[in-house]
Ligand binder design. Structure first.
Ligand code: ZN
Length: 338
């Protein structure tokens, strides 16, 4: 009985904080609008081009794609994180082998960083994997949606935060942009990061993970103005509310929770990089458009990407990150995750 009363009291005061905090966070619209189809098109036609050879983990093509990402951060005046010596987190072949059993070459996660102005030690991670499955039988698997779409979304989100910072509206918490390697071989890059975090996991307040946001699935043939959110309420009621509010106030997509159902046989929650944060108790949300006929086929090509939908979903990820980075309290972990 006491416990219940106590819990009710806690949750009532949390929602109070949440309301106060969201009022004090400034309007992200101006910066969200810098995330445009035009820029996404430019980035994705490069990242998902044949020149990148399907970006298989440790391949020459993946490294080339990585160079492009780094060049974009540099062009925007965004550096690698404090405590790192460059834009790479090296993920050794030994580690890749130990986790996957495959003989993969040394590879790299790529990271970029914007330091928070008030709570620099608290870090919001925004992640997307930049590897794909390479070349098979002479065909290049360009992975435009998987996960070229999330990769280029990260570039645009980072640029939006940097523009805001230059105008005096930098994030209060730090933002770590993480381009993961080895996802297609079993979430390897994020597994490595979670075991070798640059910033303590205890200070990592949320992971917003983006994996496939440039297309639509068979359940949304009439409109692509939706996105699946997965996991937002598994660890934190705050995170769920933040996502809902960000969308309702600014982005206006249909948030589809179909795959948030724990009984869903696809088990998407366990199938992308956020899981390596969530399993460590870090509130995590996965933005996803569902699968389609070109999923993991050579036909996952850039000319099939719906750039307006990609831009909207990237704006949602940005707006969620903006709220989390700037609100008074970090999202409270009030659930077990199970
Ligand atoms: Zn993927």
């Amino acid at each position: 009985m006491k416990k219940i009363v106590f819990l009710l009291f806690i949750s009532a005061s949390f929602s109070c904080f949440a309301q106060k905090a969201s009022i004090s966070v400034s309007d992200p619209t101006k910066y969200s609008n810098t995330i445009t189809s035009k820029d996404l098109i430019k980035h994705l036609y490069t990242v998902a081009s044949d020149e990148m050879e399907g970006r298989d983990t440790g391949s020459k093509g993946q490294k080339k794609a990585g160079n492009y990402l780094i060049s974009q951060y540099q062009a925007n005046g965004i550096s690698f994180p404090k405590g790192a010596t460059d834009f790479y987190q090296k993920v050794p072949a030994d580690f890749l082998k130990s986790k996957s059993g495959e003989n993969l070459p040394d590879s790299e996660n790529i990271w970029a960083f914007i330091e928070g102005s008030e709570k620099p030690n608290e870090v919001v991670v925004i992640s997307a994997h930049y590897d794909h499955v390479g070349v098979k039988n002479g065909e290049v698997y360009n992975g435009a949606d998987d996960d070229g779409s999330g990769t280029v979304a990260l570039l645009e989100i980072a640029q939006a935060f940097e523009i805001a910072k230059k105008e005096g509206h930098g994030p209060k918490r730090s933002i770590l942009f993480l381009h993961m390697t080895g996802e297609e071989h079993g979430l390897l890059g994020s597994s490595y990061y979670s075991e070798h975090p640059l910033f303590p996991l205890a200070n990592t307040v949320t992971d917003i993970n983006i994996d496939m946001i440039g297309r639509h699935d068979e359940f949304h043939n009439d409109s692509s103005k939706y996105v699946y959110l997965i996991g937002s309420d598994y660890l934190s009621t705050d995170l769920y509310n933040i996502c809902e509010e960000a969308n309702k106030n600014y982005v206006h997509l249909f948030l589809d929770y179909k795959f948030n159902d724990r009984k869903d046989p696809n088990r998407f929650y366990y199938r992308s990089d956020h899981y390596n944060f969530a399993k460590n108790g870090i509130p995590s949300v996965f933005l996803f458009n569902g699968v389609h006929a070109d999923y993991h086929k050579a036909s996952d090509e850039v000319d099939k990407i719906e750039f307006d939908a990609l831009a909207k979903r990237a704006q949602l990820a940005f707006t969620i990150a903006w709220e989390i980075a700037n609100r008074e309290n970090r999202p409270v972990v009030d659930k077990s995750g199970n």
